[in-house]
Design a protein around this ligand. Structure first.
Ligand SMILES: O=c1[nH]cc([C@@H]2O[C@H](COP(=O)(O)OP(=O)(O)OP(=O)(O)O)[C@@H](O)[C@H]2O)c(=O)[nH]1
Length: 617
């Protein structure tokens, strides 16, 4: 494995080459890379004049080719690859960018321009790392680069030119020639990577992989040449790291390896003894430490959250949705903010994958358009604002609230419950509930076949987001939303344009104090986890009494913790809860059985909320 340690880093990963070019396929398979070929449908039509340098055009095209394949595979086939590689090769002469010739005449024009001159060949490459998020969104991390090779052509006679064109070789090749075949006869000299001209800069690609999979350890960082690419003299020393890792008897190394968890240890910081140069003298440090990436990630997490909150609160995504693409100064103007501050915020959003930036112009990513624009159908804007304006303060007081063992609402706001539940807070809370339910309702509504229930009552159903989904999926079902009067009076603004008021009815009431409306199916969505034990049992007793054996049921939408209670989202959420608690499947089962529901089914939806169907037989 001396020759290809970086390539072997991709073994076991689902790698896709987003290219129809047989040359790229050959170059990569010749070095032992295993990959699928899914040619990109991205049309190479980016406006060249928008790019300040031709190589940027090639890189952007490569990126778009790879992203198109990543998105298509994720969306259409639900087969998210781990890595998608895209590439684009162009030839530049003076200011012109030459791609594949359109026809023979075009090939002639290109080749006659190249005759007797030196030109540059640029290949842009994008390595897209894909992750399928919990909400089934595609998350991507992109590493891109380009390589330049200079090629000098001999002076070509007309006869030679036409003979070459008639061979058919130029037609699918950038600049109209194939250096690896007949076209090699036209070339006088090559400066740089030959394979880059053929269509794929293999050496630079391996260096990039080395940078990704063998990041320099903190201790040796000063040895890295400040070059555009990481300084990797040979790939041999990389495989030595792997050797150390698997065979060393050193207990530090073994320990560090264990700490790596599921990741191969060499993907973390270097574990081999580190060489430090001090005053020109090389010292070997035997103490190996693992760079605490996980801790740094946790430590920095709040910065990412706050960046998302600030951009949402300032409606950056809304402005960009309206205008398509804007420069920082125009966005600053629209959000009444400083140009300098706006630019920093926008760049941070680009780094987080929320915005795209091309030539100082910012635009929304697909993710932002779908979920961050405030009036998008599946917007989570309301939840973000609630997190910023309300939840955030709970977590800033976490430490003292833990020490004092008091309710976070009081700690965070220092005021009465009335203040905490004032009309403004209520409306913000409704928006947060509405948008979380909009993205979860489909999975909850379809977790079980509920078609036999013709009437449902959503207790604490808020804006009716789940009710609408149920009535859409089960056309025979009528749904009553039962919630407090101050909630019901504000629901109008949340109703879809075509809502059927005969099938969704809003009724005011307090499910703890008032009689429950009659229904075949009762629903408790995000209610139980928030109730103190006495109220919880009181409510379940009431629902159980209202359910007749065999005919009715209770549908619950909650996070169902795994039995070991390791689900971070639920546990982190628990930290801000005022009274209740999150439960595991077994705990929900026992709770419901104690109220006479002797058939309890639990479905982990993979969405924000899981579903429980409890029936009395
Ligand atoms: O000397 C050579 N120069 C160039 C090539 C081949 O030319 C094409 C360049 O086109 P592009 O980068 O757009 O890639 P496509 O072939 O269209 O495939 P994609 O699906 O990736 O867009 C490329 O095939 C080079 O290999 C050559 O062969 N020799």
């Amino acid at each position: 494995m001396l020759l290809n340690p970086v390539i072997s880093k991709l073994a076991g990963k689902r790698v896709v080459l987003a290219s129809a070019s047989p040359r790229r396929q050959d170059i990569l398979s010749n070095v032992g890379l295993r990959f699928e070929v899914v040619p990109s449908w991205f049309k190479e039509t980016l406006e060249k004049s928008l790019f300040s340098a031709p190589q940027e055009y090639a890189v952007e095209t490569a990126k778009q080719k790879a992203l198109e394949v990543a998105r298509r595979m994720h969306m259409k086939h639900r087969k998210t690859p781990d890595i998608v590689i895209g590439a684009d090769t162009i030839v530049t002469l003076e200011d012109a960018i030459l791609e594949k010739p359109l026809d023979k005449q075009d090939a002639y024009n290109m080749l006659s321009r190249l005759s007797g001159k030196e030109h540059s060949v640029f290949t842009g490459v994008a390595i897209v790392h894909c992750k399928s998020e919990k909400d089934n969104q595609l998350d991507t991390d992109i590493v891109d680069f380009y390589e330049e090779t200079k090629v000098k052509f001999a002076v070509l006679s007309e006869d030679l030119l036409w003979e070459y064109i008639d061979s058919g070789e130029p037609m699918d090749k950038a600049g109209g020639y194939g250096i690896q075949s007949l076209g090699g006869m036209l070339v006088e000299s090559v400066h740089g990577d030959f394979l880059n001209v053929v269509g794929f800069p293999l050496n630079h690609f391996c260096k990039k992989l080395a940078e990704i999979y063998y990041p320099p350890s903190k201790q040796s960082i000063h040895r890295v040449k400040h070059d555009s690419i990481p300084y990797v003299e040979s790939f041999e020393n990389l495989s030595d790291v792997e050797k150390d890792c698997s065979s060393s008897k050193n207990s530090d190394i073994k320990k560090a390896r264990k700490d790596c968890g599921n990741n191969s240890c060499s993907s973390g910081p270097s574990l081999q003894p580190t060489t430090i140069i001090q005053n020109g003298v090389e010292k070997k440090s035997e103490n190996t430490i693992q760079f605490p990436s996980k801790i740094i990630e946790l430590l920095d997490g709040f910065k990412a959250s706050k960046t998302l909150f600030a951009a949402s609160k300032l409606k950056v995504f809304d402005k960009l949705k309206d205008k398509g693409a804007l420069k920082a100064m125009d966005i600053a103007d629209k959000i009444n903010a400083s140009v300098h501050g706006t630019e920093r915020l926008l760049d941070a959003c680009v780094a987080l994958g929320l915005l795209e930036k091309t030539h100082q112009v910012y635009s929304n990513t697909e993710l932002a358009n779908t979920f961050l624009v405030s009036d998008a159908e599946f917007s989570v804007h309301g939840y973000i604002i609630h997190s910023n304006d309300h939840l955030w303060s709970h977590y800033t007081h976490l430490e003292s609230a833990v020490v004092e063992g008091i309710n976070y609402h009081h700690k965070a706001h220092g005021q009465t419950a009335e203040h905490v539940h004032g009309p403004e807070v209520k409306e913000r809370y409704m928006r947060a509930m509405h948008c979380t339910l909009k993205i979860t309702a489909r999975d909850v509504a379809t977790a079980f076949d509920l078609s036999k229930y013709s009437t449902a009552c959503d207790l604490g159903g808020c804006t009716g987001a789940l009710a609408h989904e149920l009535s859409w999926i089960y056309p025979e079902m009528k749904v009553k939303v039962f919630d407090l009067p101050e909630v019901i009076k504000n629901v109008t603004q949340f109703q879809p344009e075509k809502s059927d008021s005969t099938r969704i009815i809003f009724t005011s009431g307090n499910f703890l104090d008032d009689a429950l409306p009659k229904a075949d199916l009762y629903i408790l969505s995000r209610v139980l986890h928030d109730l103190l034990e006495d109220k919880l049992h009181h409510l379940l007793r009431k629902v159980s009494e209202a359910c007749s054996p065999g005919n009715s049921a209770l549908l619950i939408a909650e996070i169902v913790l795994d039995e070991e209670k390791r689900e971070p989202r639920a546990l982190l959420q628990s930290l801000s809860m005022s009274g209740g608690k999150q439960r595991s499947g077994t705990e929900y089962k026992q709770l419901l059985e104690s109220h006479g529901f002797n058939r309890v089914q639990i479905k982990n939806t993979g969405n924000l909320l899981d579903a429980i169907l409890a029936v009395k037989r």
